[in-house]
Design a protein around this ligand. Structure first.
Ligand code: ATP
Ligand SMILES: Nc1ncnc2c1ncn2[C@@H]1O[C@H](COP(=O)(O)O)[C@@H](O)[C@H]1O
Length: 184
């Protein structure tokens, strides 16, 4: 049973790796960013509320994403495992997730921390060209990452479930390293 949380700065390859592995293992890839972008496209109340935060590179309020993740993890397809990409992003969200997984009896979670230098992620994001991949918004997302999300490295390291992976190599090499570290 594989249950993985992907951590790492914007552009570190969380979505790329989570999608490849989820397709191969036939388990759900749960990306909070993708769910929010879909809600935005459909102009649901959630999407409308999230839009201004996303456009500015700010985090959407915890409660909104926590409800989304609780709803998604309640689907039966997650009983065969899951990959979480983009959640948690704050210590509050991590502590919410811990309690939720406890209630759902989802055990054996591991955290993959994709390590990629800042200059490399900026270059990748400018090339990706999503709506929030402008220089100004990227700068803000990196700042938010450092202030709000990076503390999760210690949070999960303290819980002895953090696995470091060099994200600054080819996509295939990163995938192989992830498979290796979770097996060891
Ligand atoms: N190992 C890699 N080498 C080079 N480019 C990569 C690698 N992995 C991903 N990319 C590219 O970098 C960009 C960012 O990757 P991806 O969207 O997976 O990152 P992310 O961590 O999910 O970002 P975000 O948190 O902003 O959604 C994409 O254009 C992707 O194709
Ligand atoms: N876990 C999250 N908490 C708050 N805001 C979030 C979260 N996940 C996504 N967001 C918002 O969506 C955009 C894009 O997310 P990506 O993971 O980069 O696709 C992010 O900047 C937040 O505004």
């Amino acid at each position: 049973m594989t249950r993985l949380i992907f951590l790492g700065p914007p552009g570190s390859g969380k979505g790329t790796q989570a999608k490849t592995l989820a397709d191969g293992w036939r388990i759900p890839h749960i990306s909070t960013g993708d769910i929010l972008r879909q809600a935005l496209k459909e102009q649901t109340p959630l999407g409308v509320e999230a839009q201004s935060y996303m456009d500015r590179g700010e985090l959407v309020p915890d409660k909104l994403v926590e409800d989304m993740v609780a709803e998604r993890l309640s689907h039966p397809d997650t009983n065969s495992g899951w990959l979480l990409d983009g959640f948690p992003r704050t210590v509050n969200q991590a502590s919410f997730l811990e309690q939720l997984l406890d209630k759902l009896a989802h055990r054996g979670v591991k955290v993959i921390n994709l390590e990629v230098p800042d200059d490399v992620v900026v270059e990748r994001l400018l090339e990706r060209g999503r709506k929030d991949d402008t220089e100004e918004v990227i700068r803000r997302r990196l700042e938010v990452y450092r202030n709000e999300t990076a503390p999760l490295i210690n949070y999960y390291s303290d819980r002895l479930i953090l696995l470091k992976v060099n994200g600054n190599q080819s996509q295939e090499e990163v995938t192989d390293e992830i498979k290796k570290v979770i097996a060891s």
